[in-house]
Design a protein around this ligand. Structure first.
Ligand code: 13P
Ligand code: SF4
Length: 343
């Protein structure tokens, strides 16, 4: 396994210090009601990620939309008959929805919701990297721009990445992987494939700490440890289950433990507690040696999906996602390969 020398991890000053507005209970009830009415009026469906505000997740559930991981968001948006998709998550999720359904209107509560992995993989530099290693099959994580996807052979999410790389390895292919070095490292360890890694990272998952997690495990010796594979390998090695957001939810239901330490964005705790109200879920630690608290275990971009901004986008039909049709058609090829890959 090789790794690109340049580090594309975002610096602290490039991560927004975003705090959602505090709302009273009455305001929340009113906004949820108004958003539900607007979804009906606009013939729109809400497609939300597990990391967004719990009230936004609840509206999606209650109105026949979806709350899921990034792979299911893509499938749901593509297959739903509504002409308007409101994607609550980060920009690459809205762009993926538009690529898969160019005929639909795709709105987002905000267009400022980025992702450190997407930002850490500039298309021009990535193109040069691909050209330098043209003997390799290019596999990119879904957390990338349309331009980067358009340069790839395969797009994968964390729920299917290792299976797709395993399949490519059996075909004798060497992989160029981007942008998440931790996920790439995890997949390489699992599959033993020949992988060259780009060097980006998620500012949320990179903060989880090995020693502090070991110390926490001493306090809760019977707890199960569930880890998203965007976390560093030293954290992954302590996990009982490593998986995407959906796979973490599934493990929390299926494993016998009553207490879990969970290393992923705290937005997922809304669904964990909803699905398993009798179990206890504890946030994995981000403090300790080398702590930065760039995000404090909550994605600042996901937090931008507030009720007020969601209502505003539906009311005014703004924050629409546009994708260059030619580039979208090119990005559709590797996306379609992922969606067609047997589950
Ligand atoms: P999932 O595919 O597990 O939903 O992950 C998306 C993501 O952005 C995690 O940080
Ligand atoms: Fe990107 Fe990390 Fe936020 Fe997921 S949690 S959207 S990988 S910055």
């Amino acid at each position: 396994m090789l790794e690109i020398a340049k580090d594309y991890t975002l610096a602290l000053e490039d991560v927004p210090n975003f705090k959602p507005e505090d709302l009273s209970k009455d305001q929340v009830v009113r906004l949820k009601h108004e958003i539900t009415e607007l979804l009906n009026k606009r013939n729109a469906v809400l497609v939300a990620h597990y990391y967004v505000d719990g009230d936004v997740q609840d509206i999606a559930h209650e109105t026949g939309g979806c709350v899921s991981d990034s792979l299911e968001m893509a499938r749901f948006g593509r297959d739903h008959p509504a002409p308007v998709l409101v994607v609550s998550g980060v920009r690459f999720m809205g762009e993926t929805a538009k690529v898969l359904s160019p005929e639909k209107t795709v709105l987002m509560p905000t267009l400022k919701a980025e992702c450190s992995l997407d930002l850490g993989c500039p298309p021009d530099e990535f193109r040069a990297f691909c050209e330098e290693h043209s003997d390799r099959t290019v596999v990119v994580y879904a957390n990338t721009s349309v331009a980067v996807k358009a340069l790839s052979d395969w797009v994968v999410t964390s729920s299917v990445g290792h299976k797709i790389v395993e399949h490519l390895k059996t075909q004798g292919e060497k992989i160029l992987w981007a942008p998440d070095k931790h996920l790439g490292h995890y997949i390489q360890q699992k599959t033993k494939a020949d992988m060259l890694l780009w060097s980006g990272a998620c500012v949320v998952h990179e903060e989880f700490k090995h020693q502090a997690l070991l110390d926490m495990k001493k306090v809760y010796p019977d707890a199960g440890i569930l880890v998203h594979p965007e976390s560093p390998s030293s954290v992954i090695e302590l996990a009982d289950v490593v998986g995407s957001t959906s796979q973490i939810l599934k493990a929390a239901s299926e494993l016998p433990q009553n207490v879990f330490i969970v290393a992923t964005d705290r937005g997922l705790f809304h669904q964990l507690r909803r699905a398993e109200p009798q179990k206890r879920f504890i946030e994995a630690p981000t403090a300790g040696d080398g702590a930065t608290c760039k995000s404090c275990a909550h994605c600042p971009w996901m937090a931008m999906n507030e009720l007020k901004t969601l209502k505003h986008s539906l009311e005014h039909f703004d924050n629409e996602i546009h994708v260059d049709p030619e580039m979208g058609a090119r990005a559709m090829i590797p996306l379609q390969r992922m969606l067609d890959f047997p589950r």
